[in-house]
Design a protein around this ligand. Structure first.
Ligand SMILES: Nc1ncnc2c1ncn2[C@@H]1O[C@H](COP(=O)(O)OP(=O)(O)OP(=O)(O)O)[C@@H](O)[C@H]1O
Ligand SMILES: [Mg+2]
Length: 274
């Protein structure tokens, strides 16, 4: 019998995949080195990988332009805007998939809007079968923060972290990592206050305090920046009974060291068990 393999869920944040301050600008060089680091690290550990990425300056600006929020009602005024926002998310997805192909990484793009539906702003109905089938076929499913149809005339714009939270009802990952442009959650937005202090561990003893520190993004962002990231990773940690991690992907080697455990990496660990 084949040994049970570990599964990793890793998100490349829009804050690192793109320049969030410049519309439709992918950080292709950084994406290439990050993807290759993730690929090397997961192969070395023998784990299966589900990869996700955020939207950064692709969908967020379009969403803001059309008055879209994390959830709302589809109207005559935003119906096309919602579509255009989704096309922007897909455009970045295609850019990332093509970089992966250059690296011989067998990713398989799967749009969350094709496997789930939102109700009251949260993903309620759906299936993870396309993801698990792709994994069994030796692919790295590639999901992303997406524009998702809602029941009763509603829509949702869901972060990759919330897609991961949904998938964790079906897949039992051993490690969940959200890679961004900063080392984790700080006691204030480090882009606004340079002496902000990194919080190394988020646990039951400080979660409420840390949630109050975590804010939105400085740039156009409809899914809620660090605040949403923390809420979703906390839910995931409680659901799967494992730690989740936020890590700075701008430092070469950080992701490799965190995934393989080769070296300690200053970052935030979220642990809902303690
Ligand atoms: N207390 C805090 N600690 C750390 N970051 C914070 C805090 N409050 C707000 N932020 C902001 O949250 C941002 C990270 O969230 P953001 O959603 O922009 O990144 P991302 O998830 O990589 O992007 P995307 O949602 O496009 O994938 C940081 O760049 C920072 O500016
Ligand atoms: Mg985000």
């Amino acid at each position: 019998m084949e040994m049970e393999r570990n599964t990793f869920l890793i998100k490349i944040g829009g804050s690192i995949a793109t320049d969030k301050g410049k519309p439709r600008t992918a950080n292709t060089g950084l994406l290439k080195s990050l993807l290759s680091e993730i690929h090397t690290a997961t192969r070395e550990t023998g784990a299966r990988l589900v990869l996700g990425h955020g939207g950064g300056s692709y969908p967020h600006a379009t969403a803001v332009k059309y008055g879209l929020k994390a959830s709302g009602s589809i109207t005559d005024a935003n119906r096309l805007g919602f579509l255009m926002t989704q096309l922007d998310a897909r455009e970045l997805n295609t850019i990332i998939a093509n970089i992966a192909v250059e690296l011989d990484m067998p990713v398989f793009p799967i749009s969350p809007s094709s496997f789930c539906v939102v109700e009251n702003g949260a993903i309620k109905v759906g299936t993870a079968t396309p993801i698990t089938a792709a994994l069994e076929n030796g692919y790295i499913p590639l999901v992303y923060g997406d524009c998702i149809q809602g029941l009763g005339g509603r829509y949702g714009i869901c972060s990759t972290e919330s897609i991961f939270e949904f998938l964790c009802g079906y897949i039992r990952p051993n490690t969940v990592i959200s890679i961004g442009d900063i080392a984790g959650v700080y006691d204030e937005d480090p882009h606004k206050r340079h002496d902000a202090k990194l919080i190394r561990t988020v646990s039951r003893s400080n979660i409420d305090k840390v949630l109050a520190y975590a804010g939105g993004s400085m740039h156009a962002d409809v899914t809620g920046g660090m605040a949403d990231k923390l809420v979703q990773l906390w839910k995931i940690s409680a659901k799967i009974g494992k730690e989740c991690h936020i890590v700075d992907g701008t430092v070469p080697g950080n992701v490799y060291n965190l995934v393989t455990g080769a070296q300690d990496v200053p970052h935030t660990t979220i642990d809902a068990m303690v």
